[in-house]
Write a protein that binds this ligand. Structure first.
Ligand code: ZN
Length: 76
């Protein structure tokens, strides 16, 4: 779908939200400063998406460990 419009495509700077023209020197950032801000965020882990997933089974295991002896251990 090559629709060649004259109007430049604008996207928002991921760092500050300012409109940036596609193809700008610092695209997708509006400026070198924002590029560095964004890099800093990555470095400091702001963008880390993965959160610790605690599924019920794991929690149960942890509970058993914390509880020490379980009743089932002496079923003989
Ligand atoms: Zn920006």
């Amino acid at each position: 779908m090559p629709s060649k419009k004259k109007s430049a495509k604008l996207l928002r700077c991921p760092a500050c939200g300012m409109l940036v023209r596609v193809g700008e020197e610092d695209f997708p950032f509006c400026s070198d400063r924002c590029r560095k801000i964004d890099l800093g965020k990555w470095a400091s882990g702001v963008y880390r998406i993965s959160s610790p997933v605690l599924d019920p089974e794991v929690l149960e295991d942890l509970g058993n460990l914390a509880g020490g002896q379980s009743k089932d251990s002496n079923h003989d």
